[in-house]
Design a protein around this ligand. Sequence first.
Ligand SMILES: [Mg+2]
Length: 256
Amino acid sequence: MFRAGRLGWRREPDRPARLVVMTTAEDTRLVLWDIDHTLIENRGFGRLVYERIFPRVVGRPLRALADVHGRTELDIIHDTLALHGLEPTEDLVARLSAARTAAYREGEGELAALGWALPGAEAALRSLAADPRVHQSVLTGNTLEVAEVKLRAFGLDGLLDLASGAYGDDAHDRAELVGIARRRHRAVTGRTATEETSVLVGDTPHDVLAGLRGGARVVGVATGVYSVADLRDAGAVRVLANLEDLALVREAILTA
Ligand SMILES: [Mg+2]
């Protein structure tokens, strides 16, 4: 059950005080979704993009891609350049990031054909979007521009408020993204999300740690490369195998 069932005294002019179930702004939730392997599966399109842009920007083929799971784009670009013995200068990182955005925009149709929204993702987003207690956005290692393409490719973009999100070029450290999302959510809605009312949903230990360190409740979803046990070991109290059971998803997110 949703924990909004707190009782409180409602005092109105010319009426005796009544004990009611409070549904105040404190009962609303900021739900921050990770994108890759939580909402969508890109079937290797991310690596394909790096294979395309690396020779163009750096002048040599991509030999290796840094670990991408649950990491921010800035970190992935830095480490990938380092793997090739290249200095990750600000200019080079910015040019690779811009090329990545352009490649995603050009490849949106290709991504849509190759990948899919994970089972239950759209139903979960749609259900929570219709719930007045919930404000949904993303907390992702992607840039805003790439996040938009990925969500739009699978028809999910209209179900989230991307202006309240935090992205991979906002900070190197994923935990910092929680505070950034909260500030943006406040600017957009005028409401203040707290540690108790912010919920981060993600598929990696990086997501779990970002929530624990950044100040959010965490719901792990084991639809990426990490298992339910991996996410529990990282500190997630609530872990789902997937998003397929809507009632379970809602319960986990609304009571996290
Ligand atoms: Mg992910």
